[in-house]
Unconditional design. Sequence first.
Length: 367
Amino acid sequence: MDTSVTSQAVETGILPTRYWHTLEDGRVMCDVCPRACKLHEGQRGLCFVRACQNGEIVLTTYGRSSGYCVDPIEKKPLNHFLPGTPVLSFGTAGCNLACKFCQNWDISKSRDMDRLMDQASPEAIAITAQQHGCKSVAFTYNDPVIFAEYAMDTADACHARGIKTVAVTAGYISESARSDFFAKIDAANVDLKAFTEDFYYKLTGAHLQPVLDTLVYLKHETDVWLELTTLLIPGKNDSDEELTAMCKWIKQELGADVPLHFSAFHPDYKMADIPATPLATLVRARDIALKQGLHYVYTGNVHNIEGDTTFCPNCQSPLIVRDWYQINDYRLTSDGHCPDCGNSIAGKFDKTAGTFGRNRIPVAISN
């Protein structure tokens, strides 16, 4: 990280990137994600934050954020990564997908850079996380793939202070960029939005296969702790057949120990006419996943203590009992095993659980 370059980028918001190449017709193609936007001078990509300036692709939101907040790590959601600890969360604006059901559309679809009032250098973010006792920093709210350079520089600053990094992402990243990006990441929650190409194409403007490729890469070629989330939308991706096929693929390609979170859709953005997901649908999805042999399956953003609880896959003892984001009982041994049968529980655990609970603390950062 060149501090002189990053200092200037924080001031201007503009940082030259390296994920691009020039086409024969003079346009410049962005190589950070499979969308491969081909841009004339002055044009922006679909994500809106990567643009063609002076014949190269630049990031236009470096050092800018839509806000910073200390959250419970379980809110990302990550249930097997430093449970009970606080995480400093932030995002920028824009997105490289076009989900009609986006639950953060005011940020991800923002075209108003005035939203990005908060300004912070990577070092300032790391210092703030340390001051608030955060064990990790999360790149979230919108997809960090589109602000990869800012996220990677922040990750370097965090790691220098012993702070872990978390990416909450749709996994829509190119092969050329993913090795650089995920080399800086300690844990990721990837949105597997559905398990059909039809859903991805019609409702996200993207494709399924690049996401599956990212998941296989993360599991088998990195040390990143991986968890998955699927937002269940009534009538769109919640059939028994699709859920069964998805869970079979997860077990076969990623393994039974990758945690899976099913979360509830709420009418929003361009799909306000679709009803909210009933709890029964999440419970049904969880039952399907467990029957397909997945070990750790959760129901998210609904009140369901059983669906929030981590059970030992060997003896079925409840090991981490949660009520929303509050840990009510933590029984893992100091080395991450079930105290009843000795089975090793998949995850990245401290010797004891954190006690941050359901708190949410907005913070301001000074450079």
